[in-house]
Design a protein around this ligand. Structure first.
Ligand code: NAD
Length: 290
């Protein structure tokens, strides 16, 4: 396939490289990042989209996606598909899909889970919103860049799934960290805490696969001085998206709201910026109740 790829940063770069390695013809554009080997460099986003069967975007946020889409959609041929893999707000995903439809272009919102490691190893999970025909067009590319692609429903459903998943992740990480900090203060050995919880009803991905306590459980950013990993500011971005969506949909999400507030405090007024999101554990360790 002929693929245009816009946004070649930490995630987009290796995703584009995997498409090239699988034999696709990829033309890339990024304001800053260099094109990976084998990706032809375009001078503008529109030039990267020109003549492509599929245009993939991997950008920082919804405002940037909207401005890139406004430039790219008119340059795309009718029947081609614009596939946005960034994590953005549901409204932006739906607005871009609507504009694409008006122009006779297909559109998918296809955010990912799996991080930079998943992007590099081609093991991402894609959660996808949009029409079935467009999903079928892009499916062979999802199969190269990832290990699983779930068609979640109409436009915006992929972002909805991502935002809900990451709201659970943020809340669970906080709960796991505060429980470890409490266990420490109760004199409970961290390894024993892990041994019990990881095989009891408190188990979770954050405890079992991404344990926030150094030296306990499988290797995780906690074992690397809490270098990300998944940065606290990215967690905050996703929690804010969940609260924006909850407000728009009139959904009651008190735990998500509290998690967003705690990560805001951690990133903006404490020392969380640049740390992995599991560095909530040393944060709780330093604090008392008052
Ligand atoms: P990044 O900042 O490394 O990459 C974004 C790229 O977009 C940058 O290279 C930037 O120069 C480029 N860009 C910005 N504006 C542009 C424009 N107008 N035209 C062309 N290029 C432009 O970010 P990333 O870590 O690759 O994340 C990309 C998206 O994936 C985000 O939405 C993020 O939330 C999501 N995501 C990231 C991770 C992760 O672990 N990094 C995991 C899942 C999802």
């Amino acid at each position: 396939m002929k693929v245009g790829f816009i946004g070649l940063g930490n995630m987009g770069g290796p995703m584009a490289a995997n498409l090239v390695a699988a034999g696709h013809e990829v033309t890339g554009f990024d304001l800053v990042a260099a094109c990976p080997d084998g990706v032809s460099k375009a001078e503008t986003a529109a030039a990267a989209a020109d003549g492509a069967d599929v245009v993939i975007t991997m950008l920082p946020n919804g405002a940037i996606l909207r401005s890139v889409a406004a430039e790219v959609i008119p340059a795309m041929r009718k029947g081609a598909v614009l596939c946005d893999c960034s994590t953005v707000d549901v409204e932006s995903a739906r607005a871009v899909a609507e504009d694409a439809k008006t122009a006779g272009v297909g559109a998918l919102d296809a955010p990912v889970s799996g991080g930079v490691g998943g992007a590099t190893n081609g093991t991402l999970t894609f959660m996808v919103g949009g029409e079935a025909g467009d999903f079928a067009t892009v499916e062979p590319l999802f199969a190269i860049m990832g290990q699983k692609a779930v068609h979640c429903g109409a436009a915006g459903a992929g972002q909805a799934a991502k935002i809900c998943n990451n709201m659970i992740l943020g809340v669970t990480m906080i709960a796991t960290c505060e429980a470890f900090a409490l266990a420490d203060k109760l004199g409970l050995d961290r390894q024993k805490m892990f041994d019990v919880v990881s095989t009891s009803s408190g188990y979770s991905w954050t405890m079992n696969a991404y344990c926030p306590a150094p030296g306990v459980g499988p290797q995780s950013p906690a074992d690397n001085d809490y270098k990300p990993g998944f940065a606290a500011e990215l967690m905050l971005k996703d929690l804010r998206l969940s609260q924006q969506a909850a407000e728009a949909a009139d959904a009651d999400t008190p735990m998500g709201q509290l998690a967003a507030a705690l990560y805001t405090q951690f990133v903006e007024t404490e020392d969380g910026k640049g740390m992995d999101f599991s560095a909530m554990l040393p944060r709780f360790e330093k604090r008392g109740r008052g």
